[in-house]
Ligand binder design. Structure first.
Ligand SMILES: Nc1ncnc2c1ncn2[C@@H]1O[C@H](COP(=O)(O)OP(=O)(O)OP(=O)(O)O)[C@@H](O)[C@H]1O
Length: 248
């Protein structure tokens, strides 16, 4: 089956405010989809619904054919739905490789108590170093996170997400706060994601969106107003008015 994530008629209200307004979308194996929209359009809320941080008011979410609408976020992770966070959630006093080892042990269902002894587990060390090398973070393996640059922390988040072996990866503004000089590294990291992975990326950086996405979904006031290729985006009248309306 090619559809990995299938969202149907999803609605979310905060009080009287419709923040997710009848959203349906699906992600197939290997998809590279960008979710964009003006500030307050409901992008983060939609990601929170997909990841299981929020329960929708109505509608359904299924993952690999299984209805996960009422499933806890941690159980969704076990099924292969992984999210990288918009706000970095790393431990400043732990090293870069500590983070990877922790994620590998978590994936394997090993107890947190084993974390202290991962240095004696060659298979964990090898896999962690390999994952870091893929994002060219290997020279930083033994540095504590507080000592590495912000852009490197964001790349570390992607490395952590990848060792969890996702089938569907949600990337919430992976380039936020990264200096433009480091953008090529982010693009290279995204280009090197496993081909079969379904990726949904939220970002405001249109250059990144055009370089990454084969399909773009535009949200405005909680509803999907466009779904098409990056090339079709600029000429779509609804998209133009959603963005120009915001500027006005
Ligand atoms: N927990 C909440 N309670 C009430 N209203 C909320 C809550 N979370 C979000 N909202 C409102 O829902 C709307 C959509 O917010 P959301 O953060 O999903 O938009 P966004 O598209 O991610 O915006 P941005 O691009 O600025 O990050 C906004 O009007 C916001 O104020």
């Amino acid at each position: 089956m090619d559809t990995l994530l299938d969202i149907r008629n999803l609605k979310m209200n905060f009080g009287g405010l419709k923040v997710t307004d009848d959203v349906s979308l699906n992600l197939a194996k290997g998809s590279r989809t960008a979710l964009i929209g003006p500030n307050g359009a409901g992008k983060t809320t939609l990601i929170n619904l997909i990841a299981g941080a929020y329960r929708p008011t109505s509608g359904s979410i299924s993952l690999m054919g299984q209805d996960v609408t009422g499933m806890k976020d941690t159980d969704r992770v076990r099924l292969g739905l992984i999210r990288s966070f918009q706000i970095t959630r790393l431990f400043p006093d732990l090293t870069v490789i500590d983070h990877l080892a922790m994620a590998i042990l978590q994936r394997e269902g090993r107890s947190a108590g084993m974390f202290k002894s991962y240095h004696r587990m060659p298979e964990v060390l090898d896999e962690a170093m390999e994952a870091l090398a893929r994002l060219r973070l290997d020279p930083l393996a033994n540095r504590v996170v507080a000592q590495i640059a912000y852009g490197q922390q964001r790349l570390l988040e992607i490395a952590i997400a990848l060792v969890l072996k996702p089938k569907v990866l949600l990337l919430d503004e992976p380039a936020a706060g990264i200096p433009s000089s480091d953008m090529d590294r982010v693009v290279a990291a995204l280009d090197n994601l496993p081909a079969e992975l379904a990726v949904l990326l939220i970002d405001h950086d249109m250059d990144l969106v055009r370089r990454f996405a084969r399909e773009v979904i535009v949200l405005s006031s909680g509803a999907v107003i466009f779904r098409g290729t990056p090339e079709q985006l600029g000429s779509d009248p609804r998209v133009r008015s959603a963005y120009l309306g915001e500027d006005a």
